[in-house]
Design a binder for this molecule. Structure first.
Ligand SMILES: Cc1cc2nc3c(=O)[nH]c(=O)nc-3n(C[C@H](O)[C@H](O)[C@H](O)COP(=O)(O)OP(=O)(O)OC[C@H]3O[C@@H](n4cnc5c(N)ncnc54)[C@H](O)[C@@H]3O)c2cc1C
Ligand code: FES
Ligand code: FES
Length: 1200
């Protein structure tokens, strides 16, 4: 029996290996717990687990963990366990839990898919630490991804539980009273309290430990160590796996198959921890989180304990460390020597001893020796971590692609014993441990030997050690997933240099070089959001939170109609390949089973053989070289005579820069549910474009569009990824449901989604520019190469795909690059050069559009002054001169962004119910986190003069809003608001004659009843499809200015954005909370594009190699600017917008390249120090390795 939210469930007929997440969702139908990556990397599946502490039964262990990794069988070894899911906390029906309430109040939930994971993670923290600090809260979310919000609002919501009066750190929307009233967690209102657990859930002690035996798989649950040893001996000829946290499968997914599983969590002896004269002894069931706790507890006993604790805090993320143990981690290294284990580095450098046992003997090894031990039939029993001698010093470093929850590129640990002699410091012994160099390189043996007896205060010692290290470090080169060999080698040398300098006293090291020793410190983040609103128009402009056992394989030949998910007039794209395969990852068959788990198992056994394989074209360079262009790439845009303008200009430059791809990373992957009904198919599609999905299904099944009813309540994120691609999954589900005559849910797992569906296009830009000595541009020629993937479908399909700001984001980047290049060429300040080239009110754009309302020059000056750019630049200059190995940079990016309405069309309906006056809206756009439903409700409430809570927004359907266009381009909210506003005006016009007959102040309900009696039609529809502006000009332009400042560690390339200030013209914001959330979310997604997210393909097959959270790194909560300030321009009504507003989603994203340029300026400062202060291009994504190599770090420049 297992207990979930106070209720016992019998699991004897379930597969013990089924993940807890799947059990909760598919068997118990507790779908509040979400799943996405199934590998511990995204956090949306977090639940809280409670059980008796095996060594102190009177104490309960309470922790958050990833339910996607935890097998249900494993629960049975935890005494009096209890799983707590989001359903136990609260819901809209039974009332929200304070954490949920705060998240909503702070607008920390947009699409909402990540929200349960964040809430449960916070619940776990508060259960263990009812009074957390700000730092505790910020550190708590290193395992949770949110792709929508930009994290600031989530962190503010969670920080509101900190008892502090520091309003700066708590965010600006705090309600002190609210915070004081509920610091503690409410117990769930389920049948029993979470503490009272029936003892029937305990394992039966002393009896046989066999729990399951099914399909040749045996599952044991011993409760004593000897029982475990006997089982290991008995099954030594079989494939045995010990199950502790079972998190290793998040990294090595295809380990196994196993015949015997032995769950070790029921053995109390394996939880022991003792502190003795030889050090800290910890047994193998101690999780990484607990180990960190013990190391901190005993940190007064040895200086090394804090170092190890700090290092282990960089392993994985909170929920994984809560479930996973140090022993499992070392066993991963034992099995896969290439595994970059941080635990291994920390233990080896600390001189830890590992004890391995079996039924006959116990043996002790160093971690290095342990790698060669035959572990068959053996158990890793405990580790003893010695205390550091007084004359010893130790430190460790981990450099990773992202500052949180990322595997290591290079980890290093150093421990040295020094002896003072006269003024010298002689090395008595040294241990230098590395991981990430190659499979076998662990100790830098030659350098260790070289340093023996040397004086570390001599520059010659440093140089000698570096030269030796340089020779012996030979990194692997052939794994495209690793950072470059050059970078890893440079890191290895740089990290040693950091340690070396840290050993020397203040007077010995030059002040400039001291900056090498410290790491970048990230203080608790802060931010201000500034906006104005008009109370007289409430609820409009009011900042408010959002409302809201078949097994079968189907092939192309099983599709009853046309095999395309892009119906005419689009270029056909096959649902399932009928033969030719155009790209690695293209769907070729559909596995259908009774559960997702079984369907995924089926996928693994499908074998595909390919014939006539052609070498793929993977990169843009290859495509250009092979002239693989689509026949009509467009006419290009020619304005004036650029060649002449350039040749007649006094100054000219040429250059090239690139922008990479980006995966959408919507937390809800592609998904569709389809049910055959008597009049066709009912489809719930996670699609931004229901109309297209309807046409595509009609075409694939060969039935009229009227037989297909499609609806979507909301999407768990989309960002363009569900515009056309959602039709692929919808067609798959519809075909399966039709062929099998039963409901089918089709869901792509993350890896399939990343491989099958295109990304943001990558670009190469080649430019020629002519300009004056003052930086004023005269002529530009830019040649664009865009990777359109394998289908020309108007930029929207194939291997490359529409993405929010598909064209503008890289286009604004190339212009910014050109201006930076011009400034460098002229040795001018790029901020001034940009200012010189800004539009002026009344200007005509290159496309021939007039700019009657252009405010960019004013915004630019206001923002530079407001955030003291001049003063900060001075301070940065001084800092950079004083510090050789840490640099700072600042960049400014202005924005003009045209919003086009004429391609968008939506049908909106507003119905007033005669019975009670409540109002129902159905609109043509899809709520996907952008706050569409809320804004529409606010407009309706404002227009009809009724409260927002009397309005209900219905799911978007093809029944009520047929022929509606795709949601995207940021204007869907305003156009549906326009549609609803017009519906309301129609209704008011119809109702006014009746109203005039009633006394003034007649309540709305009575007015509606009177209208009904008077036979007034209380439903109105409005079809929004704005006409194009003259010359196809935008409806209006958005303006903004962003100032970004960055810190850089030159030796490692690690960087952080210390401050971002955005001034954005959002017109008269309909809902400042939502618009600020949109600005933050879009900007942080853009930061991911420029600084973190890199797609890696197999050069031989074109397959995506980093299709998962282990290798693909979107921003996390500590990737956001440390100080993140946003101001919505005040008093800026937009005469061309709906109710004077402007769009907020995509435009601000285009300013996110300011973060890349801020880092670039920091790099320039580093290059100045080596006399290379010339222009260099910095393409996106500028990942840590790219940044570090741009700094031109050479160990020969290292000195004391
Ligand atoms: C998302 C994610 C991120 C991660 N990031 C990092 C990282 O940054 N750095 C890093 O170093 N690691 C990282 N890891 C690895 C993580 O530390 C390990 O998954 C975890 O420590 C394994 O412990 P476990 O208890 O879950 O082992 P399990 O998964 O239960 O077991 C793993 C293996 O160890 C064996 N085993 C377990 N206990 C014993 C024992 N007592 N004796 C003998 N064999 C045993 C099992 O048979 C199995 O083969 C990450 C993992 C995930 C999922
Ligand atoms: S689904 Fe569990 S961490 Fe992503
Ligand atoms: S609200 Fe976090 S992923 Fe959408």
């Amino acid at each position: 029996m297992i207990r979930v939210n106070g209720v016992l469930h019998d699991v004897k007929n379930e597969d013990p290996l089924m993940s807890l997440a799947e059990y909760l969702r598919s068997v118990l139908h507790l779908c509040g717990t979400k799943t996405m990556c199934h590998e511990g990397g995204c956090g949306c599946c977090v639940v809280v687990l409670e059980y008796d502490n095996p060594t102190k039964p009177e104490k309960r262990i309470i922790k958050s963990m990833n339910s996607c990794l935890f097998p249900i069988g494993s629960l049975l070894s935890l005494k009096n366990h209890q799983v707590v899911t989001i359903e136990a906390l609260g819901s809209m029906k039974k009332g929200l839990h304070p954490i949920q309430q705060r998240l909503a109040d702070y607008n920390g939930s947009q699409c909402g898919f990540c929200s349960p994971g964040f809430v449960m993670q916070m619940f776990g923290l508060l259960k263990n630490k009812p009074s957390p600090s700000f730092q505790d809260v910020e550190d708590n979310f290193d395992g949770n991804v949110c792709r929508c919000t930009g994290y600031r609002s989530i962190l503010d919501a969670m920080k509101s539980f900190v008892k502090s009066t520091d309003t700066k750190l708590r965010g600006s929307f705090i309600d002190i009273e609210d915070m004081m009233s509920c610091p503690k967690i409410r117990r769930p209102s389920t049948r029993s309290s979470l503490g009272e657990i029936a003892s029937s859930t305990s394992p039966a002690e002393g009896t046989t430990s066999m729990l399951f035996s099914k399909d040749g798989l045996k599952w044991y649950q011993p409760t004593e160590l000897t029982q475990l040893y006997l089982l290991m001996q008995e099954h030594s000829s079989e494939a045995v796996k010990l199950v502790h946290g079972d998190t290793a499968k998040g990294v090595y997914k295809k380990d196994g198959p196993y015949q015997v599983l032995i769950d070790v969590k029921g053995i109390p002896d394996l939880y022991k921890v003792t502190m003795g004269p030889n050090g800290l002894k910890v047994f193998s069931n101690v999780t990484l989180s607990s180990l960190i706790g013990y190391l901190k507890q005993y940190s007064d006993q040895s200086l090394s304990y804090n170092v190890i604790a700090r290092h282990l805090l960089k392993v994985a993320n909170g929920p994984v460390r809560n479930a996973g143990g140090w022993a499992g981690n070392l066993m991963m290294k034992w099995k896969h020597h290439e595994f970059v284990s941080d635990v291994f580095v920390a233990f080896e450098v600390a001189g830890a001893k590992l004890t391995v046992g079996d039924i006959t003997e116990l043996n002790t090894y160093t971690p290095v020796q342990f790698l060669d031990v035959n572990m068959n039939g053996k158990v890793l029993l405990c580790v003893e971590i010695p205390k550091l001698a007084e004359s010893e010093r130790m430190n460790s470093y981990k450099i990773m692609p992202r500052m949180q929850n990322a595997h290591t590129y290079v980890s290093a640990g150093f421990r040295v014993q020094l002896k003072a002699l006269d003024k010298k410091q002689l090395v008595e012994s040294i241990s230098m441990v590395y991981t990430g160099i190659n499979e076998t390189f662990i100790h830098a043996v030659a350098t260790e030997k070289y340093l023996q007896g040397k004086d570390i205060t001599a520059n010659a010692t440093l140089q000698g050690a570096l030269t030796t290290l340089d020779k012996e470090i030979i990194p692997d080169e052939d794994n495209p997933l690793l950072a470059s060999a050059e970078y890893r080698k440079s890191l290895a040398l740089g990290l040693f240099y950091k340690f070396f300098l840290s050993l020397l006293s203040e007077g010995v090291v030059s002040p400039c070089n001291r900056s090498a020793t410290c790491s970048l410190e990230r203080p608790v983040s802060t931010g201000e959001q500034t906006f104005s609103s008009k109370p007289e128009e409430y609820p409009l402009t009011k900042p408010m939170p959002k409302l809201s056992a078949y097994k079968q394989v189907l092939k192309a030949s099983d599709i009853p109609g046309c095999n395309t998910f892009m119906p005419p007039p689009y270029e056909a794209e096959e649902i399932l390949s009928s033969g030719p395969v155009l790209y690695a990852g293209q769907p070729i068959a559909l596995c259908i089973a009774d559960s997702q788990h079984h369907a995924l198992e089926m996928v693994e056994v499908v074998k595909v053989t390919y014939q006539d394989q052609q070498p793929p074209i993977v990169t843009l360079d290859e495509a250009i070289e092979k002239k693989s262009f689509y026949p009509s790439p467009g006419k290009g845009l020619l304005v004036g005579h650029p060649e002449d303008a350039i040749s007649e200009s006094p100054c000219k430059i040429e250059g090239e820069v690139r922008a990479g791809e980006q995966y959408h990373f919507h937390m809800e992957t592609q998904i569709c549910r389809c049910m055959p009904t008597e009049d066709g198919l009912d489809v719930q599609a996670a699609s931004q474009w229901l109309d297209l999905a309807q046409q595509a299904i009609a075409c694939a099944i060969g039935i009229p569009a009227t037989d297909i009813n499609i609806s979507a309540k909301r999407l768990g994120g989309a960002y363009g990824g569900k515009a056309t691609r959602a039709s692929l999954v919808a067609c798959g589900a519809a075909v399966a449901a039709t062929v099998l005559c039963r409901p089918v849910r089709c869901i792509m797992d993350l890896s399939t989604n990343m491989k099958a569906v295109g990304k943001r296009h990558s670009y190469i830009f080649k430019y020629k520019v002519g300009f004056n000595e003052d930086g004023k541009l005269n002529g530009i020629i830019i040649t664009y190469y865009a990777d359109n993937g394998c289908s020309p479908n108007d930029n929207e399909v194939g291997e490359s795909l529409v993405f929010s700001d598909n064209g503008s984001l890289p286009n604004i980047f190339v212009i910014e690059t050109i201006l930076e290049h011009v400034a460098k060429f002229l040795n001018l300040d790029p901020i001034a050069v940009k200012q010189k080239n800004l539009y002026v009110q009344g200007d005509i754009t290159p496309l021939g559009f007039n700019l009657p309302y252009c405010s960019i020059r004013d915004l630019y000056s206001i923002q530079l002054e407001k955030v003291d750019v001049a003063g900060r630049l001075q301070a940065i200059k001084k800092f950079n001169a004083d510090n050789r190995w840490k640099k700072k940079g600042l960049a400014v990016v202005p924005l003009k962004y045209g919003l086009y309405w004429s391609e968008s069309y939506y049908l909106c309906t507003v119905s007033i119910f005669a019975s009670d006056g409540s109002v129902m809206i159905s609109q043509g756009g899809i709520e996907s986190g952008q706050g569409l439903d809320t804004k529409v409700a606010q407009v309706c409430a404002y227009a009809l003069g009724i409260p927002v809570n009397s309005i209900s927004i219905k799911p978007t359907t093809t029944i009520s809003s047929p022929n509606s266009g795709p949601t995207g381009g940021s204007m869907t909210s305003e156009l549906n608001c326009l549609g609803v506003k017009n519906c309301c005006e129609i209704l008011k016009k119809r109702m006014d004659p009746v109203k005039d007959t009633l006394p003034p102040g007649t309540p709305w309900k009575d007015l509606v009843a009177a209208c009904f009696k008077a036979k007034v039609n209380l439903t109105a529809q409005y079809w929004v499809w704005p006409d194009a502006q003259p010359k196809r000009a935008p409806q209006y332009n958005s303006y903004g200015v962003t100032v970004a400042e960055a810190d850089l560690d030159v030796l490692t390339g690690e960087n952080q954005i210390s401050q971002v200030d955005i001034l954005f013209d959002c017109g008269e914001s309909m809902n400042p909370d939502i618009d600020i959330g949109q600005v933050e979310g879009a900007f942080v997604m853009g930061m991911g594009y420029w600084l973190l997210e890199k797609m890696i393909y197999d050069p031989k097959t074109g397959e995506v190699l980093n299709a998962g959270t282990w290798d693909y790194k979107p921003p996390f909560s500590k990737s956001i600017p440390i100080n993140f300030n946003i101001e919505l321009l005040k008093n800026a009504p937009n005469p061309m917008g709906v109710l004077r507003s402007k769009a907020s989603g995509e435009p601000p994203q285009c300013m996110s390249c300011a973060t890349l340029f801020a880092v670039k300026h920091a790099i320039e400062a580093a290059r100045q120090d080596v006399g290379k202060d010339t222009y260099f291009p910095l393409s996106g994504p500028a990942t840590v390795d790219v940044i570090q190599s741009s700094c031109l770090v050479d160990y020969k420049h290292f000195s004391i």
